[in-house]
Ligand binder design. Sequence first.
Ligand code: PEP
Ligand code: MG
Length: 324
Amino acid sequence: EVEELRLLASAEPVTLDGEPLVLRANVDLPEEAEQAANSGADGVGLMRTEFLVVGRATMPDEDEQYRAYARVVDAFGGHPVVIRTFDVGGDKLPVGGFPVEPNPFLGWRAIRMCLDEPELFKTQLRALLRAATHGDVRIMLPLVVTVEEVREARALMEESAAELRARGVPHRDDVALGVMIETPAAAVSVDTFAGEVAFFSIGTNDLVQYTLAVDRGNALLAPRFTPLHPAVLRLIARTVEVAHDNNIEVAVCGEMASQPLMAFALIGLGLRQLSVAARNVPAVKRIVRGIHASRAADAARRALRAGTAAEAERILLEALEREL
Ligand code: PEP
Ligand code: MG
């Protein structure tokens, strides 16, 4: 088993019918970077920067953030590293200074908070533009619901670059900007983002939560948290279709991608980039190498027409079992 995992780390994530995939790692803390780089991941598909602030009483300053981001970029030696701007709020809170809200998951969080606190946001953006001198950094915005949020963020990114230029600090000002597709609003209107961003990354944890109105962390609701619900499958399929039509990169970085059946479904829906927790990279690679993308596509087509998550699951499971 250990030997197999070691071999998998260097194996290519290619399906049996020759479709190459890109498998990346999700990284929560800079200290995880080196281990994630050894997992066989081709870069980072999601760095959750809010873990730099969760549980702390003060925000990390620009230099501390720069060092944290640069460490991750350095560990991946030139491979793409997608760093998400602070997704603070909801269940991820620093100590003090944040309002107590009746509905945190529908509240003042993520890109909303960052746009309302431009100095805090620009500090992070400057640190990211500096870290981009170390490799292939891409900046991703969380919980986006409208294109205006992207435009405002881009304007603050340009201001941040101008500030660094004025200070004479090395940085890049051509960093790709992308969005999480993790709200029903973003998924339904995904075409409106196509001309504005370089990439989409589907966050299935939140997309399922918001689409089904099922709290992702509530154990009472766990059986109702069904990523194969027709509503979710259709939103994912539409996002992939719009991405392909517009030549925009699209990935999935939610936990869904690390379960074999779900990975099979996502590949069937046309996804070729998955980002999962580093410890799950070998298992997902094993699935990729054991299936035919064409058969996944056929099963996904039929699953998309299913009336329920249970029916979609039956269709996909049957197809996957024939593969393995
Ligand atoms: C998601 O929502 O699917 C996601 C990847 O982000 P997070 O789990 O950090 O909300
Ligand atoms: Mg999310």
